[in-house]
Design a protein around this ligand. Structure first.
Ligand code: NAD
Length: 294
């Protein structure tokens, strides 16, 4: 049994914390928002009086915050100083690669250990304990984090040193965004050429254009009955979250001087999609923008 402080008990953090309790770990939680605290209390997670209080006796601290600025502020303002020397900090929020490296350096300078371990799989994956974790950090710290990650996820990949978990996450989501746009464009083009959705699906899903964006997240209703297109694009993976992740990809593209034209364009298209109603809709709903464009 490991004593875990779990900070950030929102949509993702609370079900992840619940799975740690189910696996037999002692979890003490904290969140800034009363609604999150109430939901966590109802789920049986004891709540500390502050972040510092939650981490004081912990062996491992897991953070699941909205963005990098929250992580760095919490590390600097209270968590690193309040934790016992050598505490393992597992940072699971989706943040920029540079921010993950800054958080890592701050943790090491304060005498702690740190891995970045962002996730994919969404709220359903968090609830079912089937998240994918992409981990950056040393071999020893990865090994120490692994039993806890296994209690919350199904596929856990050690991607390399500090920040490389976040690097894998932005690269994956850039592929996902580009392929979802490509599939949407193909369906709209097919419609204009007189091609039935099912016929295009039957070809592409078994041919060289095959990808998750068509076989699982098919952007037209019918061929994949579980895809968000069949429920008026209720997420799923909301456009706002895709736009956030592509913002992090753009930061990485610019920081490395990479010639990623498709990644830049996907970031622009999803920023526009998320600025409207698309922010709350599944990101496959971008097909509507493509169909409606002049
Ligand atoms: P959320 O907004 O529901 O939860 C974040 C929680 O962190 C909030 O309850 C907030 O009050 C809390 N928080 C912020 N600063 C804090 C602090 N200093 N101390 C304690 N609590 C603090 O967000 P979410 O949907 O759970 O996502 C969390 C992270 O996971 C984000 O980085 C997101 O990009 C990533 N992510 C989300 C999904 C998804 O489907 N929701 C999927 C993959 C990754």
């Amino acid at each position: 049994m490991t004593r875990v402080a779990f900070l950030g008990l929102g949509h993702m953090g609370l079900p992840m914390a619940v799975n740690l309790v189910k696996a037999g770990h002692e979890v003490h939680g904290f969140d800034l928002v009363p609604a999150a605290i109430n939901a966590a209390t109802a789920a049986g997670i004891p709540i500390a009086s502050s972040g510092a209080d939650a981490v004081a006796e912990a062996d491992v601290v897991i953070t699941m915050f909205p963005a990098g600025r929250h992580v760095i502020a919490a590390y600097q303002d209270e968590l690193l100083a309040a934790a016992k020397p050598g505490t393992l900090f597992i940072e699971s929020s989706t943040i920029a690669v540079d921010e993950a490296r800054t958080a890592h350096e701050l943790a090491i300078a304060a005498g702690h250990r740190n891995v970045d371990a962002p996730v994919s799989g969404g709220v359903v994956g968090a609830e079912n304990g089937t998240l994918a974790f992409m981990v950056g950090g040393s071999d020893a710290d990865f090994a120490a984090a692994l039993p806890l990650l296994e209690a919350m996820g199904k596929r856990i990949v050690h991607c390399g040193g500090p920040g490389l978990g976040q690097a894998a996450k932005v690269c994956n989501n850039m592929v996902l965004a580009i392929s979802q746009i490509a599939v949407a464009e193909a369906f709209v083009l097919g419609e204009r050429l007189g091609l039935e959705h099912q016929a295009l699906f039957d070809v592409v899903s078994q041919a060289s254009g095959q990808c998750w964006a068509i076989t699982t997240n098919c952007p037209v209703p019918g061929p994949v009955p579980t895809s968000p297109a069949n429920r008026d694009y209720q997420p799923g993976f909301a456009g706002a979250l895709m736009a956030k992740d592509l913002g992090l990809a753009l930061q990485a593209i610019e920081g490395t001087g990479t010639d990623a034209k498709m990644g830049r364009l996907a970031q622009e298209l999803y920023a526009a999609f998320a600025a409207g109603e698309g922010g709350h809709r599944d990101f496959s709903g971008i097909i509507t923008d493509i169909r409606d464009a002049d």
